[in-house]
Design a protein around this ligand. Structure first.
Ligand code: G3H
Ligand code: 13P
Ligand code: ZN
Length: 330
C-alpha cells in the first residue's frame, strides 16, 4: 500500500471547500503522457492554481498505471523546482468498479470517481457506498455521479442526456457519503457535443449551442447547499484549433463545445471541479499537424511534441485565469 500522503499529494476536500466558498472551480485535466503533465504542472504553477491530475482507466492501460503514479509523484517535485508549491490531487476519472478504485487507492491516488451513473439508482448507491467506505479509511475523497451525459463515456455511449434529478441528490449524497457529485446538465464528452442544427447563430455569425440547464443546477444547489458539484464534459472546443487541424489535413467537422462564459458562470456556483480533456487533445493535435505540414523534414519528436506542449500550457493557463477562476488560489 502506497499512501498519496507519502507522495506529496493532497485529497480534494479542502480544495473543494475553498473553491465553493471562493466562487471558482479547480481544473481537472486528464493526462496520459509526459508532455501533457509538464504542460499542466507548469501552467498551474505559473498561474498559482491548484490542480487535479486526472487519469482515466484508458490512460492507465495506455501509459501503465505504475508509470503514471510515479509521474504524479514527479509532478509534485517538478512544481517545487519551478518555484511554487501548488496542491496536486491525483484522481481516477470514471472508475467503473470497486476493484479499480481500490487498486488506485492502494497505489497512491488521493481521489477516485466511482461512476455508477449508468446503473439503476439503488445499484449506483450500493456501489458508490462500498467505494466510499474503503476510500474514507484511507482519507481518499470520492466523486459519485447522478444523471447520464450524452455522448461517449469510456465504452458507454448515450444518445441523449438524462439530466440529474434534483429530488434524488439529498438521498444519494446522504446514503453514499460521497465528497462530491458529478451532475448532468447538458455537457457531454468529446469534441462533438452539439450538431450545428442544435445551435443558433449569434450576431457575429458564430454557432451558439443551447445553454446548460442552470435551472437544474440551481435546484440541486437548493437541495444540498454548498455541496461540491462536478461538471464533466466541459471542453469548449476552441474553433482556432479545429481550424488549424482542418487546414493541415485533419477532418473534424461540426465540432462544437461548451461556451466558456457558461463555464465561468458555473464555476461561480457550487461547481468546484471542471473536467477538461478534449481541448487538450485538440491543442496538441493542432500543433503537431502544423509542424508536420509546415516543416516536413522534421523527424525529432521534440520538434513537434515541444510546440504541442507549449500550446497546451497556453491553453491551461487560459483556463485557470479566464474560465475557472482558479488562478492565484493555490
Ligand atoms: O471522460 C473521459 C475522458 O475524456 C477520458 O477519456 O477514456 O479516452 O482516456 P479516455
Ligand atoms: P471533455 O471531453 O469535454 O474534455 O470532458 C472530459 C471529461 O469529462 C473527463 O472526465
Ligand atoms: Zn468525464
Amino acid at each position: 500500500m502506497v499512501s498519496y500522503k507519502e507522495l506529496g499529494l493532497v485529497n480534494s476536500k479542502e480544495l473543494f471547500k475553498k473553491a465553493v466558498d471562493g466562487g471558482y472551480a479547480i481544473p481537472a485535466f486528464n493526462f496520459n503522457n509526459m508532455e501533457q503533465l509538464q504542460a499542466i504542472v507548469s501552467a498551474c504553477v505559473e498561474t498559482k492554481s491548484p490542480v487535479i491530475l486526472q487519469v482515466s482507466s484508458g490512460a492507465r492501460k495506455y501509459a501503465n498505471q505504475t508509470l503514471l503514479r510515479y509521474m504524479a509523484q514527479g509532478a509534485v517535485q517538478y512544481a517545487k523546482e519551478l518555484g511554487y508549491e501548488i496542491p496536486i490531487v491525483l484522481h481516477l476519472d470514471h472508475g467503473d468498479s470497486f476493484e479499480l478504485c481500490n487498486d488506485c487507492i492502494e497505489s497512491g491516488f488521493s481521489s477516485v470517481m466511482i461512476d455508477g451513473s449508468h446503473l439503476p439508482y439503488e445499484e449506483n448507491i450500493a456501489l458508490t457506498r462500498k467505494v466510499v467506505e474503503y476510500a474514507h479509511q484511507h482519507d481518499v475523497t470520492v466523486e459519485g455521479e447522478l444523471g447520464v451525459l450524452a455522448g461517449i463515456e469510456d465504452d458507454v455511449q448515450a444518445e441523449h442526456h438524462t439530466y440529474t434529478e434534483p429530488d434524488e441528490v439529498v438521498d444519494f449524497v446522504n446514503r453514499t457519503g460521497v465528497d462530491s457529485l458529478a451532475i448532468s446538465i447538458g455537457t457531454s464528452h468529446g469534441a462533438f457535443k452539439f450538431t450545428p442544427e442544435q445551435c443558433t447563430r449569434n450576431e457575429d455569425g458564430v454557432l451558439v449551442p443551447p445553454p446548460l440547464r442552470f435551472d437544474i443546477l440551481e435546484e440541486i444547489e437548493k437541495r444540498i447547499p454548498g455541496f461540491p458539484i462536478v461538471l464533466h464534459g466541459s471542453s469548449s472546443v476552441p474553433s482556432q484549433y479545429v481550424e488549424i487541424i482542418n487546414k493541415y489535413g485533419g477532418k473534424l467537422n461540426d465540432s462544437i463545445g461548451i461556451p466558456e462564459e457558461q463555464l465561468r458562470r458555473a464555476a461561480k456556483s457550487a461547481v468546484c471541479k471542471i473536467n477538461i480533456d478534449s481541448d487538450g487533445r485538440l491543442a496538441m493535435t493542432a500543433a503537431v499537424r502544423e509542424v508536420f505540414a509546415t516543416k516536413p523534414a522534421e523527424f525529432d519528436p521534440r520538434k513537434y511534441l515541444g510546440p504541442a506542449r507549449e500550446e497546451l500550457k497556453k491553453l491551461y493557463m487560459h483556463k485557470t485565469e479566464n474560465v475557472l477562476g482558479s488562478a492565484g488560489r493555490a
